[in-house]
Design a protein around this ligand. Structure first.
Ligand SMILES: *Cc1c(COP(=O)(O)O)cnc(C)c1O
Length: 498
């Protein structure tokens, strides 16, 4: 399996190279040149396997330059028993009727990012040993809250790696901030920036593609890589859980082999939903992919009009991990939907960088809208949904999941499509305690300190508090730096001591 760049089809790299490099030199994203296929028989066989078994089968199709032993080591280590609070790793539970929730937040940092970021350090170090042995890999992360913590936890004290994480100072929840500020590990560092997530992401992308900076690192036997979902190594583990969810629905008797399901995903950078799209293209019986956004609904507009326009107000919402106006992974979808037209994708991305917008042709738009549906909701609707789901089913959703649940009901009502559906649940509710508590209580948002809120939410709902969040209370704060976006590179050099 070879990979190419969305902005230059002359590029050919192996999976290991794509993962180590993170992003192509031309600024494009790495994509597989072809998508492997699975048959219904394959799916049937996979229902007999556990999550690790399923993951190995699927990853082997994409990471063809990894040996079976290497994949055993990587996958076995990432999803080892005890790391996730469910033996199923990513369990599927019924919400009501044909609506099912795929719980992706049972990992060490209580967000779905763990599904990929527990595996990525294994993939990256294995890939590095094949391609750039002896070099220190410097991982830069821009985070809207959850990626940062999940990446730090995945990479802490991993030999020959260093990590610097940037997050928007006022753009993450108090629990997310605390998770990052108290991070352990001698090879990691965290810094807040004065700006929003898009500023952090653009800053990191700029550092990545700066030739002079790359040279300086090379002179110190270092190189950059990325743990953001622009890295193929972040995306490929996410394909697994959609296939696994289908297997689980089969096992639970909710569908028959070959039946189609819909998938609803709360979306920010378009990584999670893109993984579902890859699963569909592999042959997984998925009908509609429903993209759910919060008030930053640039994707809802794109998927319903074909015009992407980021020139709009940026809102800080109760679902901060989706407060994004530049959804990087859409670039991969555009490449696919234009049958690999690298020139066109490059043009659109340049127009996005320069003017903040682009519009796809009617033909491309038709193809996209045949598979993708979209919806959004604001904070008020999000909280109403949390309240309603808790009242009706004693199911406590976090704010991001609630955006997807709301969009699901909206979609179902408008379309009449009541197919068996998997709604991706992306975080544990205690990561966003104040908003979730307000939703449950139908009151004012509390200003009490984070751990009293956690306690109160627990009293109100009886939902177990994950130990890794409760324990933060007694942890020492290590990282308090705040910098301007222009100073990000200085922070990186300082951390690396170069
Ligand atoms: C990152 C994140 C999302 C958005 O996922 P994308 O892959 O960026 O679309 C949604 N919910 C939560 C809780 C997240 O952490």
């Amino acid at each position: 399996m070879e990979y190419t760049s969305t902005r230059n089809k002359n590029v050919t790299v192996s999976a290991a190279q794509a993962i180590v490099q993170g992003i192509s030199e031309d600024g494009g994203l790495f994509v597989p040149k072809s998508i492997p296929s699975i048959s219904l028989d394959d799916i049937n066989e996979m229902t007999k396997l556990d999550y690790i078994g399923r993951a190995k089968k699927i990853l082997a199709m994409y990471l063809t330059d990894f040996t079976a032993d290497e994949l055993d080591y990587c996958v076995g280590g990432a999803y080892k028993k005890g790391k996730f609070s469910s033996d199923d790793v990513a369990p599927v539970v019924t919400l009501e009727g044909n609506a099912n929730v795929l719980e992706l937040w049972r990992g060490p940092t209580c967000a779905f990012k763990d599904m990929a970021l527990q595996l990525l350090p294994y993939l990256l170090t294995t890939a590095a040993s094949k391609t750039v042995k002896g070099k220190t890999i410097v991982i830069l992360v821009a985070t809207s809250g959850d990626t940062g913590k999940a990446a730090l936890e995945g990479f802490k004290d991993v030999p020959d790696t260093k990590m610097v994480v940037f997050y928007p100072q006022d753009g993450v929840s108090p629990m997310q901030k605390l998770q990052m500020m108290t991070q352990e590990g001698a090879n990691v560092s965290v810094c807040a920036i004065e700006g929003n997530f898009d500023d952090a992401q653009s800053g990191v992308k700029k550092i990545f593609t700066d030739k002079e900076i790359a040279e300086k690192l090379a002179n110190n036997n270092m190189m950059f890589s990325s743990a953001n979902s622009i890295n193929w190594g972040r995306l490929v583990p996410q394909i697994v859980y959609y296939i696994s969810a289908y297997c689980d629905l089969l096992k639970q008797g909710k569908i028959k082999l070959g039946d189609k399901m819909n998938v609803v995903v709360p979306t920010g950078n378009f990584g999670n939903i893109l993984a579902a799209y890859y699963a569909k293209k592999m042959g997984l019986p998925i009908d509609k992919l429903v993209c759910a956004s919060n008030k930053n609904n640039v994707l809802t507009d794109f998927l319903t009009t074909g015009e992407y326009n980021r020139n709009r107000e940026f809102y800080t919402t109760a679902s901060p991990s989706m407060d994004i106006l530049i959804s990087s992974n859409l670039e991969r979808l555009l490449f696919f939907m234009t049958d690999g037209n690298d020139k066109l994708v490059k043009e659109w991305m340049e127009s996005l960088a320069k003017d903040g917008c682009y519009k796809v042709s009617d033909e491309v738009f038709k193809k996209i809208s045949a598979e993708f549906k979209a919806g959004f909701c604001d904070d008020e609707k999000t909280k109403e949904t949390i309240n309603a789901m808790f009242k009706a089913h004693k199911y406590l959703c976090d704010t991001h999941t609630a955006v997807a649940v709301n969009t699901y009901f909206d979609y179902k009502a408008k379309s009449g499509d009541d197919k068996v559906t998997v709604i991706a649940s992306t975080a544990n509710p205690y990561k966003f305690s104040a908003d979730v508590l307000q939703a449950v209580n139908e009151g004012e948002k509390t200003t009490a300190d984070e751990f009293s809120v956690v306690e109160e939410l627990h009293k109100a709902t009886n939902e177990p508090v994950p130990a890794q969040l409760a324990n933060l209370q007694s942890k020492q704060v290590r990282f308090k730096d705040v910098c301007q976006k222009e100073q990000m590179i200085d922070q990186v050099f300082k951390m690396l001591g170069i």
